[in-house]
Design a protein around this ligand. Structure first.
Ligand code: ADP
Ligand code: MG
Length: 212
């Protein structure tokens, strides 16, 4: 059995208070399975259905690693679409309410480049974006990932279905080798196994079949 009380996790009191204020009373099954490992800095493949609370699992994980005094991108979340990236950005902002001065930037295709260039000049701690647009900023030199601590592939199976395999690998090539890599996926096909082998180190696998 896993415990489902957030207070059993090594989280700062401000984060626990914020979770309470969001009415997150207990961890969902995927959060209870994954967060202890995520907070230990381990790589992970996590498989769980839509609506199971995956965003907070990696969101709490990445927020706990941030050094807000360092204005470089320390966390990157790649999502298949702009809509999903917007949802993830919104949820992480909610989770970061009590963590002062966290800057999150959304970098998605379909949005104009100009404002993104401007925002990047001011720096950001967290980037949430789609692979194509993130790759574009890397190639233009407007984004650097050399101080990245944690990389999240959200809905990794969908990103591969959409043809983002090469973009993802070329993005990862610009990140430090010593980083935490979390791979979230609704399904676990061979292509995901191959990607994991290429980008993760001794990942813990967690899988939750049913909704809470
Ligand atoms: P997934 O990415 O697995 O599809 P989401 O991360 O979008 O799921 O979460 C689904 C919904 O559950 C969101 O509205 C989120 O705010 C809510 N949620 C997440 N974790 C908890 C929790 N521990 N307690 C209550 N609600 C939660
Ligand atoms: Mg999700």
């Amino acid at each position: 059995m896993t415990t489902t009380d957030f207070s059993t996790l090594p989280l700062p009191p401000a984060m626990l208070a914020n979770l309470q204020s969001l009415d997150y009373r207990t961890m969902t099954p995927i959060q209870a399975e994954s967060l202890p490992h995520i907070l230990q800095g381990k790589d992970m493949i996590a498989q769980a259905k839509t609506g199971s609370g995956k965003t907070a699992a990696f969101g709490i994980g990445l927020l706990s690693q941030l050094d807000v005094a360092d204005f470089s991108v320390q966390a990157l979340v790649l999502c298949p679409t702009r809509e999903l990236a917007d949802q993830v950005g919104k949820e992480i902002r909610r989770l970061a309410r009590f963590t002062h001065n966290v800057k999150l930037l959304s970098l998605c295709g379909g949005a104009p480049l100009g404002p993104q260039f401007e925002s990047l000049e001011h720096g950001a701690h967290i980037v949430v974006g789609t692979p194509g647009r993130v790759q574009k900023h890397l190639s233009k030199g407007t984004l650097q990932l050399d101080r990245l601590k944690i990389l999240v592939l959200d809905e990794a199976d969908r990103m591969l279905d959409m043809g983002f395999h090469d973009a993802i690998l070329s993005i990862i090539a610009t990140t430090p080798k010593r980083r935490q890599t979390l791979l979230f996926s609704a399904t676990y096909p061979g292509t995901i196994k191959q990607m994991s082998a290429a980008i993760q180190q001794q990942p813990v696998s967690v899988s939750v079949e049913s909704l809470h």
